[in-house]
Design a protein. Structure first.
Length: 601
């Protein structure tokens, strides 16, 4: 039942007048956008709540209560999915209907949620999910294509993590069955996977894969964790061969124009990167960089190729893609292209995406798990990683003068704070999907590494640039905002709370927990509908209007990371577990000698 608070100025008027006003407000809010919405009314914009008890730190019992609130949020919204949309893909929370085949029609919200149910102890929901898995045969109309990237991270990753947590072999059987059906996607000249595949038509049918000539880094570089894990669990060499094909292409690519960092666009014919040298940490590239570190960690920290690729990506990102805003000193990650010795900084967009907010967590994970200050112990000379990469070599020289672990953590905390501010600045308390950061009038933007060098030269007094506390501001005060909102919607995304979770685990600083609590409070206040949660169409408008979307990753990632962030007895040791890009946990391992021979590692 939706409970509406009566506006202050009518609290002493008649009940009839109050009812009429509330009905008028409902009609007005309904017309704010083309999306249907069920706003929860309040008479003031979102303000970050104080910790319980007038500013004192939350107790362990209070954090446990907060975790229980997240569990209840999962339970009620998943119940709405089961009521109105099961066994189809996703719930439309406003019209209370189903996205029947948004991701192949195989019940993606259930498969994506299996490990979350297990982690939260929701046994009844998990049993019903298992019943769906047992019946699943991956049907598809002949005219449709399964998007390979999404299918791997949501379905294949979901099955594999469910098997790891429950030891029920049906999940592993379904994972391998799905991998076999997806395998034609590698039938390209280079062996890199194309966008999509039809699971109904045979491998030799030319119509069973999407006819594309290029692909983005995220699409071709977000399979190593899942396929390596599948090879380990099944003993099947062919799954690891798919990983090796990608590994060899990345390791042998000409990356001189990108400082050793993997660019965004790749040819499916030649297996070579596109000539524009576009670098990004956003939606077309994000998980491709993420898997470099995570593949190294998953396989017992033995794959030196992936470690070197990650270190080059992290170094080039810190040196070339992190900028600091002119007024509030917000450190943000953006994208750039056109690198050369004549133009070492490239052409910078100053676009800052919510999807990029995975990056603080990745840097923090690397700082925690890698011997950044003793890379020689794993056979790496840090400065030599910049050899053969033109102007990028200077970045390695510069960073080698610092405690490298400190720099990675400073960058992680600075960008993590920027991601937090995108939430806290908004009247709804929720982040826009994309902003463009403002630049100085002379357009001479400051790279964060340049600011860091200035801080060091001045005696390194105070906090490193962008790491001190930056208070939120109202976006009505345009000047101090330091950015313009480009995409106003919040699509229940997880990247920011993912980084908060890892930053808290790595640093132990309670501020990351408290910021996660603020995000959850904002979800309750601004994204909750009568039975579930929905996309917020304009984060700068309160009361909010909603869109008719509840993505499966809200169950798989957003609520999972919030729950784990608030739990004191979180059992996922970052040295022993790796989360895929859809937050499905895999246990790290080491290859046996027999496996090394069989897989030709």
């Amino acid at each position: 039942m939706l409970i509406l608070r009566q506006p202050r100025f009518l609290r002493n008027t008649s009940i009839l007048a109050g009812v009429l006003l509330v009905l008028g407000l409902l009609h007005y809010t309904y017309t704010l956008s083309n999306d249907r919405s069920f706003p929860l009314f309040d008479d003031s914009p979102f303000k970050p709540p104080s910790p319980p008890g007038s500013g004192r730190p939350a107790t362990a019992a209070e954090w446990e209560q907060r975790a229980d609130q997240v569990k209840e949020a999962f339970r009620r919204s998943y119940a709405a999915y089961e009521k109105y949309a099961f066994p189809y893909d996703e719930l439309k929370p406003l019209t209370k209907t189903a996205w029947a085949s948004r991701f192949n029609g195989w019940g993606v919200s259930t498969i994506d949620s299996l490990d979350t149910m297990h982690i939260m102890g929701l046994k009844d929901e998990l049993e019903r999910g298992l019943a769906l898995v047992k019946k699943l045969e991956f049907p598809m109309f002949k005219s449709d294509y399964a998007p390979y990237f999404e299918t791997v991270i949501r379905y294949l990753g979901g099955f594999l993590s469910a098997y790891t947590l429950t030891n029920d072999k049906i999940y592993l059987d379904k994972a391998e069955q799905l991998a076999i059906l997806l395998d034609p996607v590698f039938n390209t000249t280079s062996g890199l996977p194309t966008y999509g595949v039809n699971t109904l038509t045979p491998f030799f049918d030319s119509g069973n894969i999407t006819p594309r000539f290029s692909a983005c880094l995220a699409e071709i570089g977000t399979l190593q964790i899942e396929y390596t894990y599948l090879a380990k669990l099944t003993g099947e060499k062919r799954w690891y061969d798919r990983v090796k094909q990608v590994t060899e292409i990345f390791a042998n690519a000409d990356l001189r124009n990108t400082g050793g960092m993997l660019p965004t666009t790749w040819s499916l014919d030649s297996g070579r990167p596109a000539s524009d040298g576009h670098l990004s940490l956003g939606g077309t590239a994000d998980s491709g960089h993420e898997y470099l570190l995570k593949q190294y960690l998953l396989t017992g920290k033995t794959d030196k190729t992936y470690l070197e690729l990650y270190l080059r990506a992290a170094t080039q990102s810190i040196a070339q893609l992190l900028y600091i805003s002119p007024t509030r000193n917000i450190v943000y990650a953006t994208d750039a292209s056109g690198f050369s010795d004549m133009n070492p900084h490239g052409y910078v967009s100053h676009k800052f995406e919510h999807l990029t907010c995975f990056f603080p967590g990745l840097l923090a994970l690397g700082a925690h798990t890698l011997p950044l200050n003793d890379l020689k112990s794993v056979g790496i000379d840090f400065k030599s990683l910049g050899d053969n990469y033109g102007a990028a070599k200077q970045a390695y020289e510069t960073l080698s003068r610092y405690n490298l672990k400190d720099v990675h953590l400073w960058a992680a905390e600075a960008v993590g704070q920027a991601c937090y501010l995108l939430y806290a600045d908004q009247p709804t308390g929720l982040s826009p999907d994309e902003v463009f950061m403002k630049t100085p009038p002379d357009n001479k933007s400051t790279r964060w590494l340049t600011a860091l060098e200035g801080w060091r030269a001045s005696g390194a007094r105070g906090s490193p640039p962008g790491t001190g506390n930056i208070p939120p501001v109202s976006q009505e005060d345009v000047g101090p905002g330091d950015y313009n909102v480009a995409h106003h919607e919040y699509v229940l995304r997880p990247e920011t709370v993912e980084s908060f979770y890892i930053l808290y685990k790595v640093t132990g600083k309670s501020i990351w927990r408290e910021r996660g609590w603020e995000v959850f409070q904002a979800l309750e206040r601004s994204a909750r509908t009568d039975e579930a949660y929905a996309k917020v169409s304009r984060v700068g408008t309160f009361p909010p209007a909603h869109g008719d979307e509840l993505p499966s990753y809200f169950f798989a990632e957003t609520l999972k990371y919030l729950y784990l962030l608030f739990k004191d007895d979180d059992s996922f040791d970052l040295d022993k577990w790796v989360f895929n890009t859809e937050a499905h946990p895999f246990k790290t391992f080491e290859w046996t000698e027999e496996e090394r021979r069989r897989f030709e590692i």
